[in-house]
Design a protein around this ligand. Structure first.
Ligand code: CP
Ligand code: NVA
Length: 302
């Protein structure tokens, strides 16, 4: 059985705790990084564009002593040139892990089922676990302890929302979300959060979710692959912009997070994202530190 991280709850609370502690330790003392990928490769397959995820994952592999191999889908032809499973088995012959950004979450599940090496989700239609790991790392650094804090997600019940909801449950944070009707977090996701022991409150009004929150979290209204729905989404999400007024509904000194890329003037105002409560740049930088610690966790256990 391979160790995988297709969604963040593939890790238990203890594994997340180890990953966060290691990420912080190795950030402070890079010389102590275990070179678990020395002389080995990591296959990084991207069906969608990326700035943060590609760069942070390549640098993570490099700093662990390994060689990242960036692969575009047109080169390998998933299910056209050969099956997803045969692509995965081929890559496993040369590399120590496979990480993929895919349209369909199922593609990653098929890869993970076909190989014995770790498979990491770098964003699918359902999940963005590496983002959620960086997010909890960032909050841990801000507050020391994140247990009992409240995170409010404002907007689409999408891949990023699902993963941070699970991450909140696994780290003892309360989670609330406000989404317009028709764009809510799917009911099975809400149930899964509760089954993990998490506290989750779902709302329609942004102010209800933001009320008393320690951090407001925003993402784009139109995710990659949904471009045809953009006009409809912009209309449906008009009231879901995080602005200074919404920030005042949260606790005083509440933080603002965004996974990026951001559209200023759409899901968030410039005043908020570029203002003193925003922690988007440490959050983005932590993508490298957290995925590196995740790789060590998966490779050492496999
Ligand atoms: N947050 C994030 O995943 O950014 P990229 O799409 O640029 O990788
Ligand atoms: N929800 C967004 C996140 C981008 C990092 C998307 O899937 O496009």
């Amino acid at each position: 059985m391979n160790k995988q991280c297709l969604e963040i709850d593939d890790l238990d609370a203890a594994a997340i705790e180890r990953i966060l502690a290691n990420a912080i330790a190795w950030k402070q003392k890079p010389a102590s990084l275990p070179k678990v990928l020395e002389g080995r490769g990591a296959a990084l397959l991207f069906e969608k564009p990326s700035a943060r995820t590609r760069t942070s994952t390549e640098m993570a592999v490099y700093t662990l002593g390994g060689h990242p191999v960036y692969i575009r889908p047109e080169e390998v032809g998933l299910d056209t040139r050969e099956t997803v499973e045969d692509v995965a088995r081929t890559l496993a012959g040369y590399t120590a892990l496979i990480a993929g950004r895919t349209f369909s979450h199922r593609t990653l599940e098929r890869m993970a089922d076909a190989v014995a090496i770790p498979v990491i989700n770098l964003l699918s239609d359902a999940a963005h676990p590496c983002q959620a790991l960086a997010d909890v790392l960032t909050l841990r650094e801000q507050w020391g302890s994140i247990e009992g804090r409240r995170l409010a997600f404002i907007g689409d019940g999408n891949n990023v929302a699902a993963s941070i909801a699970y991450a909140a449950a696994l780290t003892g944070m309360e989670f609330s979300i406000a989404s317009p009707p028709g764009f809510e977090l799917p009911e099975p996701v809400v149930e899964r959060v509760r089954n993990l022991g998490g506290t989750i409150d779902t709302f329609i009004e942004p102010g209800d979710a933001a009320d008393g929150a320690d951090v407001l979290y925003s993402d784009v209204f139109t995710s990659m692959g949904q471009e045809a729905e953009r006009a409809k989404r912009v209309e449906s999400f008009r009231a879901y912009q995080v602005d200074l007024a919404l920030m005042t509904t949260a606790k005083p000194n509440a933080l603002f997070m965004h996974c990026l890329p951001a559209h200023r003037g759409e899901e968030v105002t410039s005043e908020v994202i570029d203002g003193p409560q925003s922690i988007i740049w440490p959050q983005a930088a932590n993508r490298m530190d957290s995925v590196r610690a995740l790789m060590v966790e998966l490779l050492e256990g496999s």
